[in-house]
Design a protein around this ligand. Structure first.
Ligand code: AMP
Length: 211
């Protein structure tokens, strides 16, 4: 199964992606996670990407397309995948279609998780990530960052781009550059809309009923 997960920052793509891939045993490809690893390891690529990421801008298309191309070449496009955070521009979507076609593959379904903008900001400002198991969770107003990961007790941290000014910019970038993908995939007949409100389990249930 070859899936693409669309949605604004804070729509719950990362959380839902984990639930979907564990059910279908397919690879979870998060370009955000790949880039954060490159930044952490201080690679040449990570140093370049970090300039854009810390300001909430998109990393240039050619860099991202290169990552995905290498990944597909290595795998031969044989295994299933769920793309989380890719494609994010029309050019990325077109190049992705071309890369898959050259391997005799295509996307099966595109799931768009929609959440109202006010709720997105709230989710992003309260989002924390576990430094040991990468679990994504949300802190309530009364808790502090050291409360610990609900899954493993590990230390939680706030992503550098989950701060007010950067969040605003990321949402603007989403509106201008990524939202047009909804129409692109609708025209291709691949788009399925999912309401992203409610609990994590409710949203997972809605997605699984489509798959
Ligand atoms: P995410 O974890 O998906 O929210 O991504 C974090 C940041 O990584 C984004 O704000 C971008 O700077 C960068 N990024 C991730 N995926 C892409 C992509 N497909 N195209 C361009 N930049 C990306």
């Amino acid at each position: 199964m070859r899936l693409v997960l669309l949605g604004a920052p804070g729509a719950g793509k990362g959380t839902q992606a984990k639930n979907i891939v564990s059910k279908y045993n397919i690879a979870h490809i998060s370009t955000g996670d790949i880039l954060r690893d490159e930044v952490k390891n201080n690679t040449e690529f990570g140093i370049k990407a970090n300039q854009y990421m810390k300001e909430g801008k998109l990393v240039p298309d050619e860099l991202i397309i290169e990552i995905i191309r290498n990944m597909l070449v290595k795998d031969g496009g044989k295994s299933g995948f769920l793309m989380d955070g890719f494609p994010r521009t029309l050019l990325q979507a077109e190049k992705f279609d071309e890369m898959l076609a050259s391997l005799g593959q295509s996307i099966d379904k595109v799931i768009n998780i929609s959440v109202e903008p006010k709720r997105l900001i709230k989710r992003l400002t309260s989002r924390r990530v576990c430094s040991s198991c990468n679990n994504i969770c949300s802190i309530s107003n009364n808790e502090d960052d050291n409360e610990g990961c609900p899954s493993c007790g590990g230390e939680l941290y706030r992503r550098k781009d989950d701060h007010d000014e950067v969040i605003k910019h990321r949402l603007k970038v989403y509106e201008q550059q990524t939202k047009p993908l909804i129409d692109y995939y609708r025209k291709n007949g691949l788009l399925f809309e999912v309401d992203g409100s409610g609990t994590e389990a409710e949203v997972t249930e809605r997605i699984l009923s489509i798959l």
